[in-house]
Design a protein around this ligand. Structure first.
Ligand code: SF4
Ligand code: SF4
Length: 515
C-alpha cells in the first residue's frame, strides 16, 4: 500500500521531512502506458502508484500498485508532494516525490469558433483519425474529386503532437483515389525531428497549404454545405472553396480529473495548463512545477516514437533529480526575511517556477527555486535576498563606459561569440535571468557615470522563467521614462531580445550606443 500520512503531517512544514520519505512516483492514469512508465521507474528504484479515475478500467495483473480513486487536493514541492486521495469511502493523504500525468488530454471542439456543428461533413481531427483507423469510409463526393479542407491552428494555437496527427491523416488520405487536401493553417509546428521533411513531402505531393497570419478564412453555410471564403495569402485574391469534408483540430486541455494537481502550477499558466510553451528551454514533459510531469497522451502525443521519447524524457528528468533530492544539496537560493515580509503574496503569485509556497508565511523551496531573481526584484518590501552571485560579479568587474547586463541563458553565450576587441569599452555583467535586473542595478551603473546600459534577455517565448525577459524590458522602459522626466536623458538605456546564436543583436546595440 502507499505510504499514508496523517492530516497533522500534511499541515506541518513539509520540506524537513524530505530525508525520511522514500522516492515514489504517483502516475495519474494512462492505463497500459502508465503501467509501462511505472515498470521502468521501478527498475530505476522509484516505485510508483498508478491512480485510475473512478469508472475507468483497471489494468489487470500488472504487479504495480493501482488505486482507483480521485484526487481531492495536492500541495508541496518536488520530493514532498502531499496528495489527498478519495478511494471508495476512504479519504487519506499520500506522499510522493514525483507526479506524472499520463491520462489523455481533454479535447474540446473548435466548431463553435467557426459557427459549425458536427455532421457527416464536419469532423474533429481526433474523431476523423479514429474513423480512418477503424476502416471508416469517406463521405460522398460532389464531383470526380473529393475535396477535404483542414482547419489547423486557427483561432486557438495547436500543439506539435497535433501537427503529427494532421500529417499522418494526410498520409492515409493519399491511399484513396482522387482526394485533394487543403490545409488552412496559421502555424504548423514542425520543429520536432522529421516533421519538417514530412510536411514538405506533402507539399511536393500536392497538398495545398494556405498560411494565414491574421485574416482568418470565413465559413458560411450555403444549402447546409460549409463554404470557405478567404483571401489567398500569396496572390491576395479572393477565393472560395466548397469542400466535401471539413476537419478541424481541437483545443487540448488537461483532463478535469487532475485539476487539483494543476492548481499547484503557477496560476498564470492556467490558459496553457501543463503543456509547456514552445520553447527550447524546456524538456517537453516537464511542467513549470518541478517534479510534476505531463507525458504522452496527457499532452496529446500518441504516435509510438514520441510516446517512447516521452517515457525516456520523464525517466531522465526523475533520475537527474534523485541525487539532488536524496543528498539534500541546498543551492544558494531566494531567501525571505520574515521580519520585513508583510504577507502581500506578490512573490507567491509571481514566482515563474511555483517555488514559493505559503503556509502561515512564504517559504521558498530551495530545489524548485531556479534562482531567476524575479521575486527579489518584485517584493515591495525588499524582503527577499538572492544568492550573492550578482554582487560578486559586480565587485569583480572592470568599470567601462558601457554596461551590458546579460541573461546567463542566452546573452552570455551571445556575448562570448563577439570579438573581445569590440568589447573593450563594455563591461559584461551576467544575470541568472534577465528578470533579476533591478532598477537599483541600473541606478548603480548611472552613478558610476556610464554612457549607456544595454540589457539583453531571451526572446519572448524562450525565457526559462517565462516572463523574466518581459519584466526586464518593462523595468528598462520605466527607467528610461523616469530619467526623461527628470531631464537625465543623455544616458542611453536599451533592452534587446536575443538568443545565444544572435550576437549581432548585441553588436548592433553597442554600435547604436557608440554613435
Ligand atoms: S513579496 Fe515580499 S512582502 Fe510580499 S509575501 Fe513575498 S516576501 Fe513577503
Ligand atoms: S528566485 Fe525565481 S525561482 Fe527562486 S523563488 Fe524567486 S522567483 Fe521563484
Amino acid at each position: 500500500m502507499s505510504q499514508r500520512v496523517t492530516e497533522s503531517v500534511f499541515l506541518r512544514g513539509e520540506y524537513k521531512s524530505r530525508e525520511k520519505a522514500s522516492a515514489k512516483a504517483l502516475i495519474l492514469g494512462g492505463d497500459e502506458f502508465g503501467i509501462r512508465i511505472a515498470e521502468l521507474l521501478r527498475r530505476d528504484g522509484v516505485p510508483s502508484t498508478l491512480l485510475i479515475p473512478p469508472g475507468e478500467t483497471i489494468p489487470k495483473d500488472s504487479g504495480i500498485e493501482i488505486i482507483q480513486g480521485s484526487i481531492l487536493s495536492s500541495s508541496g514541492f518536488i520530493g514532498n508532494f502531499d496528495v489527498c486521495i478519495q478511494e471508495s469511502n476512504d479519504r487519506y493523504i499520500s506522499r510522493f516525490w514525483f507526479i506524472v500525468a499520463a491520462q489523455p488530454a481533454f479535447r474540446a471542439s473548435k466548431n463553435h469558433l467557426f459557427s459549425l456543428a458536427d455532421s457527416d461533413k464536419v469532423w474533429s481531427l481526433s474523431a476523423f483519425r479514429k474513423h480512418l483507423d477503424s476502416g471508416g469510409k469517406l463521405p460522398e463526393r460532389k464531383g470526380p474529386w473529393l475535396h477535404v479542407a483542414f482547419f489547423f491552428d486557427l483561432k486557438v494555437s495547436s500543439e506539435i503532437s497535433q501537427s503529427e496527427e494532421l500529417l499522418s491523416i494526410l498520409d492515409r488520405l493519399e491511399m484513396f483515389d482522387q482526394v485533394q487536401s487543403y490545409v488552412f493553417v496559421n502555424n504548423l509546428k514542425v520543429s520536432s525531428e522529421g516533421l519538417d521533411a514530412w510536411y514538405r513531402d506533402h507539399r511536393r505531393r500536392g497538398v495545398v497549404f494556405f498560411k494565414f497570419d491574421c485574416d482568418d478564412p470565413q465559413i458560411s453555410l450555403r444549402n447546409k454545405e460549409p463554404v470557405i471564403e478567404f483571401v489567398e495569402p500569396l496572390l491576395k485574391e479572393e477565393m472560395e472553396l466548397t469542400p466535401d469534408l471539413m476537419v478541424l483540430d481541437e483545443i487540448l486541455g488537461p483532463s478535469p480529473s487532475i485539476r487539483p494537481i494543476l492548481e499547484m502550477i503557477p496560476s498564470w499558466l492556467a490558459s496553457v495548463p501543463y503543456l509547456q510553451p514552445e520553447s527550447t528551454r524546456f524538456n517537453g514533459v516537464e511542467t513549470q512545477k518541478a517534479g510534476v510531469f505531463a507525458v504522452g497522451p496527457a499532452r496529446g502525443v500518441f504516435d509510438q516514437r514520441s510516446l517512447k521519447a516521452d517515457v525516456d524524457a520523464v525517466r531522465v528528468s526523475i533520475l537527474k533529480a534523485l541525487p539532488e533530492l536524496s543528498s539534500l544539496i541546498i543551492k544558494e537560493t531566494a531567501f525571505v526575511d520574515r521580519n520585513k515580509c508583510t504577507f502581500c503574496l506578490t512573490c507567491v503569485r509571481l514566482c515563474p517556477h511555483g517555488a514559493i509556497g505559503f503556509d502561515v508565511r512564504p517559504e521558498v523551496d530551495p530545489i524548485s527555486c531556479k534562482s531567476c531573481g524575479v521575486c527579489v526584484v518584485e517584493c515591495p518590501m525588499a524582503a527577499i535576498e538572492m544568492r550573492p552571485a550578482n554582487a560578486v560579479m559586480i565587485e569583480e568587474r572592470k568599470p567601462a563606459p558601457l554596461k551590458l547586463f546579460v541573461c546567463s541563458h542566452s546573452g552570455l553565450q551571445a556575448a562570448s561569440k563577439i570579438n573581445s576587441e569590440f568589447l573593450t569599452d563594455v563591461e559584461i555583467i551576467p544575470l541568472p535571468c534577465a528578470g533579476s535586473l533591478s532598477p537599483i542595478m541600473m541606478l548603480g551603473a548611472l552613478q558610476e557615470g556610464v554612457k549607456g546600459i544595454i540589457v539583453a534577455g531571451c526572446f519572448k517565448g524562450n525565457c526559462a522563467s517565462i516572463y523574466g525577459s518581459a519584466l526586464a524590458e518593462s523595468r528598462v522602459a520605466q527607467m528610461v521614462q523616469t530619467l526623461q522626466s527628470v531631464g537625465m536623458d543623455k544616458v542611453k538605456i536599451e533592452f534587446v531580445y536575443l538568443a545565444g546564436n544572435t550576437p549581432d543583436r548585441i553588436v548592433e546595440a553597442i554600435t547604436r550606443m557608440q554613435k
